[in-house]
Every structure is written in structure tokens, then in C-alpha cells.
Design a protein around this ligand. Structure first.
Ligand SMILES: Cc1ncc(COP(=O)(O)O)c(C=O)c1O
Length: 385
């Protein structure tokens, strides 16, 4: 028998974001607007909760699904904020970030050849996970519908091979949120078809317009909807690796088996930190949002002032302007912007072909960095015009 790497992993490339940000090393003076994580420190009380847990020797395995008190606080958080009802004993699993939650979930539900419909431009973390399970991603183009999933177009993609529809609003990379009415139209389509709904709402707490509307609220879909979430974005905790999956008991017991064998449990000091975040820091993201909102308005104002087409995003901390009018690919635009303009932004093509013609700018940076970045971008664009 010849030794060889699994063919599915061989065909998977490193993420377009990483491919691009790897180039940054050669441009140490560049203003970096590529990063998808909050620039605020983790809240002090959250850090102290982890330190105290370590001091008290709370460092051994927990229940596979996570500390019971933490799961109770997670269920209470979603009840309190969004009126959702989950039984913390059987319907909540604490994972090592939303990433592991998505992986455990898809491994539990997908079989070879199953299709998963995904609105695109999309976060590049989904496709590899789905393909490693033998699934196939079917993209729902939103690039010409204001980055909102069009219900008719969605329905047209559903076949008897469709196992799940995966939604991500507020969206990475577009920052677009789905308003209640639009959610209802999409839900009406999903009600007609036997399939799972996976809703990654990791940016729900970073919403700037109407209060976030969750896809998990439809009673008619409740017994086949999974809500994926976590603390990376809401509480500036990317490195702590805490995510959650919430869903119906009859399926969650199978997701738990995958999680049990690939992780045993989420890192325990991080679970204690998460307990503090969920119990006592529920409204902290609102404080950070004041800052994000100011930054978003600044960047949006500068981009429109430069004559760039851009939709005002109402969530996450990304803005996704069109660069189509410059007549070059998003990769070339981003590469030249880096080399000639001294600003790093992610080419839209890193978010599937439906992101071609756009670049993603993160505004999780200080105003001083954003000001310099926008000044440089403006100068660079002048050279293209
Ligand atoms: C849409 C989306 N989902 C999931 C993740 C991964 O989150 P975590 O840090 O919880 O694994 C990210 C990270 O950027 C993301 O943007």
C-alpha cells in the first residue's frame, strides 16, 4: 500500500485570507485592514475568572458538553436576548470555538454526496469543513441582490440531495444583516423542504441597525435548526476558543458524540471565562458597538466620498466595497493596493467567486489607523482613475 494523504484534504487550499495576509510580512509599514477580530482586550473580569479557575485547580475535564452552569447561562442568554428556548442539559454544547462546533455538527449530519446551500460571498471556513465530510457546497449568489439571499433563487437550488442550508448573518465578509421580514421570506421557503438549517450568528451581538433577528426563532423550523455561536467576536475572545452549538435534542446527542471524540470538552479555564462573560457581561458588546459604529460611519463616509459603490453594513465589523469599476481583479487590486498604496485589504475572491469585484475592509482598528488607511486608499485610487 502506498502512503498518501487523504485526497479530500489534498484538494483543499489554505484560506485566501491567509494567502493574502502572508504577503504582509514583506510590507511591515503597510496599514493592515485585514484582520477579523476585535481590537479590544478581553474584559478584565473575564480574564480574572480564568485566572481564578486555574488557581483553584479547575483544570480537569468537564462534562463533554461543557460545565452545566455555563450551559445554563448560555441558554439563559439566548432566552433573555432572543426569546429562544433551549434545554441546557440536552440542547447546548460548548465547543472549541464556533469552528469546532461547525465541524462537529457537519460531521454529525452529512453523508457522502449531500449538498449544503450557502449564500455567497461567504466566510472561507465553511467549504473545507463540508468537503472533508464528503459534502458538496452549492453557492447561492447574493452579489447582485444586495448580499441578501433571494428566496426564489434559494428554492431553485434545493434538490433531493440538499441536506442543509447554512446562513451567516450578520455576514462575514459583507457585514450585511437580514431584517425580520427578509428572514420570514427565506423561512417560508425552508418550511416547504425537509432539510437542516444551520445558522452561524457569531456576529449577532455586533449589530448596529435594528435589533438582531435570529434565524433560530421560527417554531416551524425549530426541530431542524442549529444555532452556531461563540464568544470570539462578541467578547473579544478569539484566542480563548469558546463556541456553542444549540439545537434539537434528538440531533444534538449525535453532535455530542463527534465533539466527545474529537475534543472531549472545551478548554476548561476558557469555560470559566465564558461563564463570567455569559453571566455578567451580556451587555458588554453594546459598549464596543458604540466604537464600531463610529468607525463604520467614518469608513463608509470616506469610501462614498471617493466615489466608491458600497452598501452600508449593519453588522460585524466589515465593509465590502465594489472595486469593479477599476477594471482589475480583486486580487490584483488588493496586491497593488498593498505594494503601491501601503494598505492591506482582503480581495473579495477569498470569499468565493461571488466576491470577485469587491474587497473586504475590516474596521476593527483604531480611528487613527483607519484614517491613515483611508488617506492612503484615496491616494492609491487616484492613481487608478
Ligand atoms: C462567520 C464566522 N464564523 C465562524 C468563525 C470562527 O469563529 P471561532 O473563533 O469561534 O472559531 C469566524 C471567524 O472569523 C467567522 O467569521
Amino acid at each position: 500500500m502506498s502512503i498518501s494523504i487523504n485526497s479530500r484534504i489534498k484538494s483543499i487550499e489554505i484560506s485566501g485570507i491567509r494567502q493574502f495576509s502572508n504577503q504582509l510580512i514583506d510590507f511591515p509599514e503597510a496599514i493592515n485592514l485585514t484582520i477579523g477580530q476585535p481590537d479590544f482586550p478581553t474584559p478584565e473580569a473575564v480574564k480574572l475568572a480564568a485566572i481564578e479557575a486555574i488557581r483553584n485547580d479547575q483544570t480537569s475535564y468537564t462534562h463533554n458538553a461543557g460545565l452545566l452552569e455555563l450551559r445554563a447561562e448560555i441558554a439563559s442568554f439566548f432566552q433573555d436576548k432572543y426569546g429562544l428556548n433551549y434545554d441546557h442539559k440536552t440542547e447546548v454544547i460548548v465547543t472549541n470555538g464556533a469552528s469546532e462546533g461547525l465541524d462537529s455538527l457537519f460531521r454529525a449530519i452529512l453523508e457522502e454526496g449531500d449538498e449544503v446551500i450557502l449564500p455567497a460571498p461567504a466566510y472561507p471556513g465553511y467549504q473545507p469543513i463540508i468537503e472533508l465530510c464528503g459534502g458538496k457546497v452549492i453557492y447561492l449568489d447574493t452579489s447582485d441582490t444586495g448580499f441578501q439571499p433571494d428566496p426564489q433563487r434559494l428554492e431553485g437550488l434545493i434538490t433531493d440531495r440538499t441536506k442543509a442550508v447554512l446562513m451567516n448573518f450578520p455576514s462575514n465578509p459583507t457585514g450585511i444583516t437580514m431584517e425580520s421580514e427578509q428572514l420570514e421570506k427565506v423561512a417560508a421557503v425552508l418550511e416547504k423542504h425537509e432539510l437542516f438549517i444551520v445558522t452561524d450568528e457569531i456576529y449577532s451581538e455586533n449589530s448596529y441597525g435594528e435589533k438582531h433577528s435570529t434565524f433560530a426563532r421560527f417554531e416551524s423550523l425549530r426541530n431542524r435548526t442549529f444555532l452556531v455561536h461563540g464568544l470570539s467576536k462578541s467578547h473579544s475572545m478569539t484566542g480563548w476558543r469558546i463556541g456553542f452549538v444549540l439545537g434539537p435534542e434528538m440531533y444534538m446527542k449525535h453532535v455530542l458524540k463527534v465533539h466527545q471524540y474529537n475534543a472531549i470538552c472545551a478548554a476548561v479555564p476558557s469555560q470559566f471565562a465564558a461563564l463570567e462573560a455569559m453571566k455578567n457581561q451580556r451587555y458588554l458588546p453594546a459598549e464596543m458597538n458604540k466604537e464600531y459604529l463610529q468607525r463604520r460611519d467614518f469608513v463608509y463616509g470616506r469610501l462614498t466620498g471617493m466615489g466608491i459603490d458600497v452598501i452600508l453594513p449593519n453588522g460585524a465589523f466589515y465593509i465590502f466595497p465594489s472595486i469593479e469599476k477599476f477594471g482589475i481583479s480583486s486580487f490584483e487590486f488588493a496586491t497593488r493596493l498593498l505594494k503601491e498604496g501601503g494598505v492591506a485589504a482582503v480581495p473579495g475572491s477569498a470569499f468565493t467567486i461571488y466576491g470577485e469585484g469587491f474587497v473586504r475592509i475590516s474596521y476593527a482598528y483604531s480611528m487613527a489607523v483607519l484614517e491613515e488607511g483611508m488617506d492612503r486608499l484615496e491616494k492609491f485610487i487616484d492613481t487608478l482613475n
